[in-house]
Design a protein around this ligand. Structure first.
Ligand SMILES: [Zn+2]
Length: 116
């Protein structure tokens, strides 16, 4: 995903005589003594210069898709799928997992049955 590497800012000044808009780059707007010659009414205006400009960019928060990896819940659920046919309760398996701390359902099943 690309992010912007640069930006361009322009400032608009308005001729008080004829209301025509005059766009200056930020470098022009920073230049001391910069003058605009209104191309509509011909009036010459000295601009009020800017010290600096700052652009705040807020990116949309992109949702990171979390894939189902070996979370504790998945391990217990998967182990329960195997063990429920033997009459074990999911709560018993979840309690055992708290001390066993298995990293896979297969490991949990093996260690769960070993302590029975
Ligand atoms: Zn003008």
């Amino acid at each position: 995903m690309l992010e912007p590497i640069n930006f361009d800012v322009q400032l608009q000044y308005q001729c008080p005589g004829c209301n025509a808009g005059h766009w200056l780059t930020k470098e022009e707007a920073k230049a001391a003594g910069f003058k605009i010659v209104c191309d509509v009414c011909g009036t010459i205006h000295q601009i009020r210069t800017v010290d600096n400009t700052k652009l705040l960019v807020n990116f949309f928060k992109t949702k990171v898709k979390v894939t189902a990896t070996a979370t504790v819940t998945n391990i217990v659920d998967d182990a329960y799928t195997i063990l429920k046919k033997y009459g074990y309760k999911q709560a018993d398996i979840a309690t055992a997992q708290q001390s066993i701390r298995a990293t896979s359902a297969k490991q949990l099943v093996k260690k769960f049955l070993a302590i029975r």
